[in-house]
Design a protein around this ligand. Structure first.
Ligand code: FAD
Ligand code: NAP
Ligand code: MG
Length: 461
């Protein structure tokens, strides 16, 4: 029996990928080390485990979740499919390319529920602090069992940090905002468009959160949405009711002033200004320090902390690929831990990282970004036996997705794609996305019943 101990912090899609990677070895009859995964929430799934709470949880811990009601996948599911657990296997029928959050949450859980991995997770347990002992070569992790309010510590030979990086808001200051009379929140605390019905909204930022929260508020009845950009506008053909303006300079009461001289009154402000990588449980010398980008420095192969490769970070890059990328990372991490994957010297690793960093600097278009992450995934796939999938085909789907969004930001979620894992063509959803106000799994999956019911109702009209 392998007597090493592995600690994992977080049971979101990345932490679960790490657990699944070891389960896959176990299925082959291999002895695997002891694994303990710590999760501060009461359930797994990370971001996908929706919470209505904002601020702090029932034990006073900062709320991790940034997802909201009526959130639908913002990329085709064909781009994130696990290559060892297809959508067909899980749902047993074709589903659409852009499922809502509860459906993707169900899919993530399906794979991990096939094993006993849940037994390795200690829920309601926060990692508070980590130390590394150079002599014993062990990590000591200090933990809080929130339920019984008790602190304890454990030692590990390897530590996997899978705590996510879209949770701690980046909250900029704008002059006069302290006197804005309406609601000012960050996207992290946005829980759905309902409360913003009939309001005039100002969203600051021009990335995914701004785009999606803006479109959702429009769809669910906001009176108007203004997006204010710092660097580049999103630049699509917005419908009447949504517009983009350059960055605001300041507020006077409920009036915002913009760089181009426009002034406008708003009822509420939502800061869609991104997140900070934040590791309050790690000392400075072990802490990843980066902005949100496709290749954080310090991580060899995007996962091994170069100063101490026994410290592994998963999912820390900006994400085109998600679940399948976390898998390719977790499988490579597993093989390193199992002694099946040798790493080159620290200096050689530095050279490899610099090569990627240099390329990252030169990226310009969305398609460049997709190509970069596609090549990164290919590199990772070559390191382990994670089932190969047609990454070039996925890359094409991503580029088509970029074009679809540009063509019509309100209808791109009605498009369908073909799985690269099973070859199955996605089904059309029974209702156009703009008309679909219900994101429940029941409504989404039971299309026969929904159709019959709608026909019944229309017969009676
Ligand atoms: P997370 O999902 O963030 O999970 C991290 C886990 O670590 C959490 O469970 C947290 O409680 C736990 N944790 C953190 N700190 C501690 C600690 N100190 N001790 C113990 N546990 C801790 N991706 C897509 O593919 N499609 C989408 O449509 C999509 N929509 C998104 C929408 C929003 C609003 C956001 C913010 C992200 C979205 N994403 C989407 C990207 C999302 O980040 C990934 O899909 C995925 O959730 C990342 O997984 P992760 O495990 O790395 O991190
Ligand atoms: P992000 O992609 O990191 O973007 C941050 C945005 O904030 C950028 O537009 C940035 O502008 C802007 N910004 C930062 N500081 C600013 C300042 N001081 N003033 C003005 N603007 C500022 O973060 P995100 O949009 O929150 O996305 C995070 C993740 O959530 C992504 O992975 C995304 O896919 C996911 N998400 C998904 C959905 C969904 O529909 N399923 C919805 C929301 C979010 P610059 O360009 O100038 O830097
Ligand atoms: Mg391989």
């Amino acid at each position: 029996m392998n007597n090493k101990r592995i600690g994992i912090i977080g049971s979101g899609p990345s932490g679960l990928a790490q657990l699944r990677a070891f389960e896959a070895l176990k299925d082959k009859g291999v002895d695997v080390p002891e694994i303990v995964c710590f999760e501060k929430q009461s359930n797994w799934g990370g971001m996908w485990n929706y919470t209505w709470r904002t601020g702090v949880g029932k034990y006073g811990e900062p709320i991790h979740g940034s997802m909201y009601k009526y959130l639908w996948s913002n990329g085709p599911k064909e781009c994130l499919e696990f290559s060892d657990y297809s959508f067909d296997e899980h749902f047993e029928k074709p589903i659409s390319s852009y499922p809502p959050r509860p459906v993707l949450f169900d899919y993530i859980q399906g794979r991990i529920k096939k094993s006993k991995a849940r037994d390795y997770i200690r829920f309601d347990t926060t990692a508070r602090w980590v130390e590394y002992n150079e002599e014993t070569k062990k990590f000591t992790v200090h933990l809080d069992d929130l339920k019984i309010d008790k602190t304890y510590s454990e030692e590990f030979d390897y530590l996997v940090v899978a705590s996510g990086h879209f949770s701690t808001p980046n909250m900029p200051y704008f002059k006069g905002i302290e006197n804005f009379p309406g609601n000012v929140i960050h996207a992290h605390d946005f829980r759905g468009a309902d409360q913003f019905k009939d309001q005039n909204l100002l969203l600051i930022g021009s990335s995914y959160s701004a785009e999606d929260i803006g479109v959702q508020c429009y769809k669910h009845g906001a009176n108007s949405v203004t997006l204010s950009y710092r660097s580049n506008p999103i630049g699509v053909d917005w419908p009447e009711g949504i517009k983009e303006l350059p960055l605001l300079t300041h507020f006077e009461e409920d009036t915002a002033f913009f760089k181009d001289g426009t002034t406008e009154k708003y009822d509420a402000v939502i800061m869609c200004t991104g997140y900070q990588h934040k590791f309050p449980f790690l000392p400075d010398e072990l802490r990843l320090k980066t902005k949100n980008n496709l290749y954080p420095d310090q991580l060899y192969k995007g996962i091994f902390y170069n100063d101490l490769p026994e410290l592994i970070y998963l999912g820390m890059q900006d994400q085109y690929y998600t679940f399948n990328m976390f898998d390719t990372q977790a499988w490579a991490a597993r093989d390193y831990i199992m002694g099946k994957l040798d790493l080159p010297t620290k200096a050689e690793r530095r050279v490899d990282m610099d090569k990627w960093l240099e390329r990252n600097e030169a990226l310009e278009t969305g398609a460049d970004h997709v190509d970069f992450q596609t090549d990164y995934i290919k590199d990772l796939l070559s390191l382990s036996d994670y089932p190969d999938f047609n990454v070039d085909k996925v890359s094409e789907i991503f580029k088509q997705w970029l074009r679809d969004k540009e063509e019509n930001i309100l209808t791109y979620r009605d498009k369908t794609y073909k799985s690269v894992v099973t070859g199955t063509m996605a089904a059309d959803h029974h209702t156009d996305w703009m008309d679909e106000l219900d994101d429940s799994k029941e409504r989404y999956l039971f299309e026969e019943e929904v159709k019959e019911e709608e026909e019944f109702v229309s017969d009676r009209l």
